[in-house]
Design a protein around this ligand. Sequence first.
Ligand SMILES: [Zn+2]
Length: 294
Amino acid sequence: MCPICKSEKYNSVGIPKLDEKSKKIINKEYQVVQCIECKFYYVYPEIELSSVEWKLLYDENYFTEQTDWYKRIRAKHRKQRIEKLNTLCENDVKNFLDIGCGEGYMLLEAVSNGWIAYGVDITDNRISESNNSKISFVNSDLLSAKFPDDFFDCIYMDSILEHVLNTKEHIHEIKRILKKGGVAYIGVPNEDSLQNDIKKFLNIITGHKKYSPKIKPFLSPYHVSGFNKYSLSSLIKKSDLKIELLRNFSTKSVFRMTTFASKDFLPAIFLTMINLIALLIRREYYLETYVKKK
Ligand SMILES: [Zn+2]
């Protein structure tokens, strides 16, 4: 059953790929499916892993090393998003929350803007600069953190929703803890990107048609839920939040990253071409949305 709209109808997208590590943990027949009603991608039957098993999967090298160029792009994105949140909140922000705050760069950005910053994450990966008394950190998942009702002016959640099975509960929780008129930023990968179509094509020509080219629940970076523009907007509308902006973006960054990171010239050119086409037809890697509590 679809975890978002409860529909029983789905199409199979393929079976999830496993590697040596996940083969030792996964002993059930799962498939990646797409809900016919709301277009959400999920794993069926529902994944049953203990927290110890998840920990085993996530344990190594989750934070990959980033180039200086990519770090600069990330910093630019953070500034732009803080500005956009500020504008949508009419320059009246007091309490800010970063869900899955990682190293804490966004918390530092919020503090430098004069905001009161809160971070929540299941693991504390904060760098020393963001580990100080100005920042309140809660070491848990969002639902267990139990923040008060109507508390935050701004909430930031980038690349988190695709990692959780209970996406609907997360959106409801964001709505509960946002103040009236408060704004949340949500960023997720776009499963209907052109790049995933190419993956599907490559799976077919290499005789791996049975494997899903969408969400990879048991391979790093462990995406168990998948969105396209339609399913993301229907999830938000169901929770009665107002979409201020919803867009597909980021090919430019990714294509420069892949080009510069790649030591192989030909694959880099190939990727650059695909990414340029994705940009032109608006089928890029990521989706981002700003939503307001009415
Ligand atoms: Zn659905």
